[in-house]
Design a protein around this ligand. Sequence first.
Ligand code: C2E
Ligand code: CA
Ligand code: CA
Ligand code: CA
Length: 280
Amino acid sequence: AKSSGGGVVTGYHPRMREGLVERLELENDLRGALDRGELRLHYQPTIDLATSQVVGFEALVRWPHPTRGMINPLDFIPIAEVTGQIVPLGHWVLQEACRQAVEWSAAAGGRPLKMAVNVSVRQLDRADFAESVARVLAETGMAAGLLCLEMTESVLMTDTEANLEQLVRLKALGLTLAIDDFGTGYSSLAYLRRFPVDTLKIDRSFVERLGVIADDTALTDTIVRLGKSLGMSTVAEGIEEFGQLAALREMGCGFAQGYYFSRPIPAAEAGRLFLEGATV
Ligand code: C2E
Ligand code: CA
Ligand code: CA
Ligand code: CA
């Protein structure tokens, strides 16, 4: 199915009927969940590989559905993107993540806390996106320099001129921009250089095979070097084993996330973790 922009899905095929009904149901439930404030954020720590300290978190949305149980973001974010619900949803995520970051940092005596928030290309399409981010920063008191917006490589590949303009506006606010799942798309190095990107997040699929498949070790190493040579920082996602951590340290990767350190955790737990100044 292809989105034609206004929340209408074209390319219907009878085989899709079941999926369609389920989607419409989820879409409807999601609207209610947003209105009733039922969505939650979990937070996965980001670790500075040089110090092993928790320097911040990535906010990951969670939907505790009244009858279906916890719904995975991969099962409702794509729907929200097609319907346009991603705009209010994403706005809520940004607001809540910034509010929490300011609160936890204050509780820890003002120790800076970096917060990373996932942003859909559909949000970037909105002419007023940078403006709405500026408003959230002002309302929550979040320092722009501590906010990182994560976007996938598709930002670099479609509507490039319009996206570039939007990213320049966001950069002007003083925040940082990361390319999420880096290495899985096909963004060209030329685009990467042209766009005001600060951070490359190395996709889990590379980290997964570190030390197991020689080629992938080489690829990860190449991404870390690429980041360095472009003056960007690198974050490895999906670290589950010590061997992967050791390999990434060796390569000089700057930051890491993964189950090895911590799964995404509820807000109360994340707040405590940061307060303790935990090294993991
Ligand atoms: P992502 O941004 O690449 O986030 C990383 C995903 O990998 C998260 O899944 C996280 O729980 C999982 N993960 C982290 N460490 C490990 C590990 O060591 N091993 C394994 N196997 N998995 C790990 P999650 O929370 O289910 O989120 C899935 C995706 O949904 C995210 O991928 C992101 O693309 C999207 N998403 C989540 N929250 C938001 C949001 O607020 N807005 C938008 N636009 N997208 C979101
Ligand atoms: Ca992410
Ligand atoms: Ca990612
Ligand atoms: Ca991913």
